[in-house]
Design a protein around this ligand. Structure first.
Ligand code: VL7
Length: 137
């Protein structure tokens, strides 16, 4: 059983977020704002059902899905695209494939040394983020 992703997690490091956003076609203005955000992940899981909320003072984004079941995702407030998403466990990694206009798009979450790791993929760009558990929330 993989370590639980559940809880409130605060961003402590981010690499190549800029490259990922450029690949998504995000404007320089929004990229500048996004780069400075103190992102938070709030993850809830009930069986195969997960809710991942990405929260910031600027915008929030929530995705809710069942593992192994394809769903339509609209990335509202991000790049505003419609994709077909499928999330599956690959060993202890929770891996999402987002099929649509952008090639090789998706993300992966896993736990390593009490930290929540995230890789965001788009067209060959990889953004790597690490989140620390916030025990007060
Ligand atoms: C979600 C942001 C940049 C637009 C605003 C920045 C607002 C806060 O897909 C993601 O997470 C997955 C895995 O945890 C679950 O949805 C990444 C943030 C990516 C991309 C786009 C800049 C404008 C950011 C919502």
């Amino acid at each position: 059983m993989p370590a639980s992703l559940c809880g409130t997690w605060d961003l402590i490091s981010s690499a190549n977020f800029e490259g990922y956003m450029i690949a998504l076609g995000i404007s320089p203005y929004l990229r500048k704002i996004a780069l400075k955000l103190k992102l938070r992940k709030v993850i809830e899981q009930q069986g195969d059902q997960l809710i991942i909320k990405t929260a910031s003072p600027f915008r929030n984004y929530t995705v809710s899905f069942r593992v192994g079941q394809e769903f339509g995702e609209f990335t509202q407030g991000l790049d505003n695209r419609h994709v077909k998403s499928l999330v599956e466990w690959e060993g202890s990694k929770l891996v999402c494939e987002q099929t649509g206009e952008k090639k090789n798009r998706g993300w992966a979450h896993w736990i390593e040394e009490d930290k929540l790791h995230l890789e965001l993929y788009c067209e060959g760009e990889v953004c790597k983020q690490v989140y620390k558990k916030n025990v007060n929330e």
